[in-house]
Design a protein around this ligand. Structure first.
Ligand SMILES: Nc1ncnc2c1ncn2[C@@H]1O[C@H](COP(=O)(O)OP(=O)(O)OP(=O)(O)O)[C@@H](O)[C@H]1O
Ligand SMILES: [Mg+2]
Length: 262
């Protein structure tokens, strides 16, 4: 099924309009002889909240890694905030990546240190080297850190060793780290997979309604959360984009087609 893959058209930057947060043009990613993604055309505008849906192995994590620049595309072009990623020197890629907040499927937390250390990691890039080193040696639970933990219901855990937390609590530590980073673009890979339904809805509300408008690209296995919290839903099937719809148009037919095993 192809449900109008370009329902949200590319917009040309004109006048003072900011460029789209993300543009992918005929993007592909091949691993050995396997196409994890092929022919992806997608433009995501500032302030949109886009859910990426698809069965396991469909290419959701690969797509987020391409947008973050941590994985190069093997064909096509990826642009983030108007900058083409292909061939970008690290010195230019890093500042771009500092504008992007990531919740990876692996969470990327350091288990052996306290929660405060992990969430401070979200803002080290904005601090001077001296301040960052001091924060690593003598972590200080300032108001912003406590506030971020409070927002995910974990203020009590600020001095806990991260490895002692449950899977869902660890997922919320990663979200608190992201809130502290104050990114312009959030790439969240199944950020609520370990959470109960109430907590999952609360966390998505947090991601969708931060203090200032952000762009959110979130992979989800729960279409109802996409309907409730996102403006747009993109479906991937075996590495191909099969729909691109306003989230409130996700219905059973679209979802059955997406998840039916071939
Ligand atoms: N580094 C890699 N080397 C080889 N193959 C890879 C690599 N990363 C991903 N793949 C393959 O690419 C395809 C897409 O993987 P990806 O992780 O993007 O799927 P996904 O939609 O995120 O799945 P899930 O819902 O299980 O997280 C899979 O077939 C996977 O095996
Ligand atoms: Mg994945």
């Amino acid at each position: 099924m192809t449900e109008n893959a370009n329902l949200v058209p590319f917009r040309q930057a004109s006048g003072d309009a900011p460029p789209p947060a993300v543009v992918l043009r005929r993007v592909g990613r091949r691993f050995a002889s396997h196409d994890a993604l092929a022919d992806i055309d997608l433009a995501i505008h500032v302030g949109e909240r886009v859910a990426i849906l698809g069965a396991s192995g469909a290419g959701k994590s690969t797509l987020l890694s391409l947008i973050n620049g941590s994985l190069p595309a093997t064909s096509g072009d990826v642009e983030v905030f108007g900058t083409r990623l292909a061939g970008l020197p690290l010195a230019r890629l890093r500042p771009l990546q500092r504008r992007i907040g990531i919740i990876s499927q692996r969470l990327d937390l350091v288990d052996q240190v306290r929660v405060l250390h992990n969430i401070n990691g979200g803002r080290l890039g904005r601090w001077s080297s001296v301040r960052a080193l001091a924060a690593l040696a003598w972590p200080h639970a300032d108001t912003a850190a406590i506030d971020a933990l409070e927002r995910v219901g974990l203020a009590w855990a600020v001095h806990e060793r991260t490895e002692l937390l449950s899977g869902g609590e660890r997922q919320r530590v990663a979200i608190a780290r992201l809130l502290l980073q104050e990114p312009e673009l959030v790439l969240a890979d199944e950020p609520v997979s370990s959470l109960d339904p109430t907590r999952a809805a609360g966390i998505l509300e947090l991601l969708c309604a931060p203090a200032r408008p952000i762009t959110l690209v979130v992979s989800l296995h729960q279409p109802e959360l996409a309907r409730q919290h996102c403006t747009r839903a993109v479906g991937l099937r075996a590495g191909r984009l099969v729909f691109d719809l306003p989230a409130d148009r996700l219905d059973d037919r679209v979802l059955n087609d997406l998840y039916t095993l071939t």
